[in-house]
Structures are given as structure tokens and as C-alpha cells.
Write a protein that binds this ligand. Structure first.
Ligand code: NAP
Length: 276
């Protein structure tokens, strides 16, 4: 994706994957301070561990407690989280209409769920977190608790979540990742959602998860996580280079890499929003 973005922007630069053992994270992060390095993305398990190694953090990274993007400027390292605005922009692309106070349900309680909750609360949605381990969902609810706020984060077991009034379900759990038979949700809960609800699965491999299949069978809209992946990359690329590359460049590079069904936007679409 990022190599395609460099080419599209007419910039010389490259992006490489680097496997880093947890014990080597400190020195790998220190290496980013070298001249000529624009920054890095982090994936599990480094997203949280890197926080104390950075010189500054964005508000989103601090609230979520995880960094997926590091930006290097003159020897200083700034940590950001583009997963949250990446999800926001992917939801716009999926046709989700952000109505103030709408009921939404987030499945999962790891870093991706925290990014989702941050994006949804910033979008003034009422969030219910449902997770296999309820105690982890309760930590998220406590972290985002603002007394007297109009929009709340609540942790509930699945049977008590507001399915009938929910307009969006975001799967931020890793159930279904690389396993087409796994799902985080009993189909009986999908049947309780109203016809216009959207099921957004952050998982993008396989391109159609069991959750998406069952949601579509129940007459609901369903989308995989490719759009979020492309948007978080677009926002990271902009933070590193200042270049606004259309999300279609990232999506098309992803699809060229793994030809599968998924969202494709027309070339030249305007980027939706900033990094939040
Ligand atoms: P994580 O920190 O490991 O959290 C995983 C979560 O999934 C936990 O809440 C866990 O529940 C739950 N879970 C795992 N297996 C489950 C199962 N079989 N049934 C129900 N719940 C299950 O992972 P993460 O970093 O938050 O990432 C979660 C997912 O989001 C991954 O699939 C990742 O690829 C995806 N993601 C996508 C994007 C994107 O751009 N599309 C960006 C970030 C992440 P417990 O708490 O009970 O263990």
C-alpha cells in the first residue's frame, strides 16, 4: 500500500516490513531517529509497549492507550493512532450515517475495540461493548466514563445488549481472523437487529467472514475491514509525508496483493477527514 502511495505521490521512498521481537522493541524504536526515516507502523504486540518509548503522543493515542503510527521529525518521535479515524472514514464509505446518540455495539475489548470506542464516542454515538470476557469490556466503559455526558460507553453481556435499537455493530474482536468458521456472535443476536443496521467486521481475512455471511443472510448490510486498513494507512502516509493520496490507491494495492471481493472507490476520491 505505502509503496503504491509513494509512487502515486511522485515521492522517492520505501516501506518495509520488519519483524521485531518484544525484547528488541526499544532498539528498533531508537533506530527510527535516524535521518531519512519518516516513521513506522506498529502491530501487535508492540502497539501498547511502544508508548513510553516516544517523545509525544496524540490525544487519540493517549486515550486509546495504543500507537499504530510513529512519526519521526528531527530526531523526535510522535505516537499517533490512525485506527480510530481509519474506522470512522471506512464507516462513512460504507454508507453509515452518523446520527447523534445512535446505539452502536462493539464486539471485543482489545486495542482495536478501544480504537473503535474512541472513534464512535468522538462521533457522539452511544456505545455498548460486548466481549467474551466481560471484565475487559468493563475496563473500557470505565476508561471512557464521563459523568453527565450525553453519550456513554456501557459494558454488557451479549444477551443484555440493545440489539433491537442498534444501527451499527463493529466486530473489533479477532474471532474469524484466518478462520472462516469462527464468529464472535450467535446468529440469533443478528436476527434481533433492525433491517437497516450495518455490521462492520474489522477482520479482512477472509474477505467474507462468517459474521458477514450470517449478517447478509439476515438481510443486513455487512462490510469487511479492508476499508479501515486502507484509511489508517492513508492517514499514516499523510502524517509522514504531508501527501494526501486517495484511499483508492491503498485499496487497489491491497486488492492487487490479494484479489478478493471488497470495497473499491473511484480514483481521485477526496480523503474524508483528518487524523482525529
Ligand atoms: P486483541 O487485543 O488480541 O483483542 C482480541 C479480542 O478478541 C479480545 O477482546 C478477545 O476476547 C476477542 N476474541 C478473540 N477470540 C475470540 C473468539 N473466538 N470469540 C469471541 N471473542 C474473541 O486484538 P486487537 O488488536 O484488538 O485486534 C482485534 C481484531 O481487529 C484483529 O482481527 C485485527 O486484525 C483487527 N484489526 C483490524 C484493523 C483494520 O484496519 N481493519 C485494525 C486493527 C485491528 P477476550 O478479551 O475474551 O480474550
Amino acid at each position: 500500500m505505502h509503496r503504491a502511495a509513494f509512487a502515486h505521490a511522485g515521492l522517492s521512498g520505501t516501506y518495509d516490513a520488519l519483524r521485531v521481537a518484544p525484547a528488541d522493541l526499544r532498539s528498533a524504536v531508537a533506530d527510527l531517529r535516524r535521518p531519512g526515516v519518516l516513521g513506522a507502523n506498529l502491530s501487535l504486540p508492540h502497539k501498547e509497549a511502544a508508548l513510553p518509548l516516544l517523545d509525544s503522543l496524540s490525544g487519540a493515542a493517549r486515550a486509546i492507550g495504543a500507537v499504530n503510527t510513529i512519526v519521526h521529525r528531527d530526531g523526535a518521535l510522535h505516537g499517533d493512532n490512525t485506527d480510530a479515524p481509519g474506522l470512522r472514514d471506512a464507516l462513512y464509505d460504507a454508507g453509515y450515517i452518523w446520527e447523534q446518540g445512535a446505539e452502536v455495539i462493539v464486539l471485543g475489548a482489545g486495542g482495536a475495540a478501544r480504537a473503535a470506542v474512541h472513534a464512535l464516542i468522538c462521533g457522539e454515538q452511544n456505545v455498548t461493548v460486548v466481549n467474551r470476557t466481560l471484565e475487559r469490556a468493563q475496563v473500557i466503559a470505565a476508561d471512557w466514563h464521563v459523568p453527565d455526558a450525553d453519550f456513554q460507553v456501557t459494558a454488557l453481556p451479549a444477551h443484555a445488549a440493545p440489539w433491537e435499537s442498534a444501527v451499527l455493530v463493529v466486530n473489533a474482536s479477532s474471532a474469524g481472523l484466518n478462520d472462516p468458521d469462527q464468529t464472535p456472535l450467535d446468529a440469533a443476536f443478528l436476527a434481533r437487529l433492525s433491517a437497516g443496521a450495518l455490521v462492520y467486521d474489522m477482520v479482512y481475512k477472509p474477505a467474507e467472514t462468517r459474521l458477514m455471511r450470517e449478517a447478509r443472510a439476515a438481510g443486513l448490510s455487512a462490510e469487511n475491514g479492508l476499508g479501515m486498513l486502507a484509511h489508517q494507512a492513508r492517514l499514516a502516509f499523510r502524517a509522514w509525508t504531508g501527501a494526501d493520496v486517495p484511499v483508492s490507491v491503498f485499496l487497489n494495492a491491497l486488492q492487487a496483493d490479494a484479489p478478493q471481493p471488497g470495497p473499491v472507490l473511484p480514483q481521485g476520491d477526496a480523503p474524508a477527514g483528518d487524523q482525529g
